[in-house]
Design a protein around this ligand. Sequence first.
Ligand code: HEC
Ligand code: HEC
Ligand code: HEC
Ligand code: HEC
Length: 331
Amino acid sequence: MKKFFTITMLMFSAILLLSPQAGFAYENFNQGCLTCHPTTAGTGLHTIEAHSSCATCHPGGVPGKNVEPSACIVCHPRGNTGLCPLIDLPAHDSQKTTCLGCHPTCAPAPTTTTTASNTTTTTVPPAGGVITIDPAEIEVDGTNDVTQDINVTIDAEGLTEADLEGLEVSFSDACSEYIEVNTFNYEISGQKVEGTVNITVKGAAPTTECTLTAKNTSGTINVEETKFTITSTASPECEIKSITPNEVRVGFGILPRIQRFVFTFNIDVAATGITEDDIKIDTPNATIFAAKISGNTITVWSILRGLKPDSTYFFDVGDCGRVSIDTKGFF
Ligand code: HEC
Ligand code: HEC
Ligand code: HEC
Ligand code: HEC
């Protein structure tokens, strides 16, 4: 069954998403913008009437060197707010190339993308978008559940707040039974959607490959081909699947007879290092005199002497469990 989850935006995610980028110039208004937009008394931003409410630029209303350019695009450019319009501002022409160096999603779309048969290489994502997830693989050990954040970026060209409506992500059937999605927080960053999906993968999940799907209401986001893998490092427990034959005729049980049994296992039992000595039967009236262990089968040759008819006897094979055979008389 597919699980869908619709989500709330967290105010915090903006901060979380910014933090990995610390170290870039321009991440704070101090670097880059101040050259042309000074804040010193008598000039610049602080002298503008409309800038008298400190908290619109200073987070928490605390003045200082804490102003980020994200504060400006709440109001600017006036009439058409946003990162790309700000970069496109004629007054920023001399800076545009520099801006685009770090904000490539604002680069003008190539003009050759209108026909399906175009052969030029473009950087425009296909309709419906591209989703990248990191990590795309999670390892489980057979026992312990793993809870982890998956970073998700959806690039469907020029996404805006409106594209967040009805945004859902889900894992395809193969994985959904092993994955619990705890939270999905996302926001528009530049023209992409960036977010974090917090999932818990069941420790007992087997190695499974599936896909992660992202869709929104308007269809501007519709990506399905993202591979996600659960890798299990657990060695499956050995288990006897069957014994052939599981019923032998012993007549009156007096005459010794040679009987061959074939055990079939769920795994490559030879690889577990099991030996003939690990195979036991719960009666002294049967002895195993030869065994061949190969792949997921063990063939044993035994001498049955004095087994009672209409009884049940048990074989134990190492840690792989127990299997029974029934005996029958002549009739
Ligand atoms: C339009 C946005 C804006 C508004 C509104 C604004 N500031 Fe600023 N302020 C800035 C910028 C940009 C800087 C330089 C930021 C930086 O260095 O990170 C700054 C820096 C400061 C500094 C630190 C100066 C320094 O060099 O250490 C103080 C103090 C300050 N502002 C006080 C205020 C006060 C008080 C108000 C409200 C009356 C206010 N600001 C309103 C944008 C604004
Ligand atoms: C050296 C790299 C770099 C350059 C050059 C640069 N920026 Fe940025 N910019 C960043 C980083 C890093 C962030 C914060 C992360 C983010 O929001 O993607 C940011 C954020 C912004 C934001 C806030 C975006 C948002 O969605 O909240 C605006 C607006 C912005 N930059 C405008 C500009 C403009 C205009 C220019 C050119 C004058 C420019 N930037 C040049 C690195 C840069
Ligand atoms: C709360 C809304 C708001 C915020 C936030 C804001 N501004 Fe403004 N800003 C205005 C308004 C409104 C004007 C127009 C004032 C006028 O026309 O008298 C203005 C004027 C300006 C001007 C003068 C040029 C022009 O277009 O009129 C500059 C430059 C400017 N702002 C830069 C910034 C920068 C840089 C930031 C971010 C640090 C910022 N503003 C944040 C509302 C805002
Ligand atoms: C090379 C100089 C230069 C740099 C660098 C620069 N700007 Fe500007 N910016 C201008 C000029 C010129 C204007 C025109 C308005 C004015 O100040 O008179 C302007 C206008 C603006 C406006 C007002 C837009 C509007 O019309 O509503 C904002 C907001 C702004 N810049 C933000 C930024 C931010 C954020 C950065 C840094 C990421 C930045 N600028 C870097 C020169 C620059």
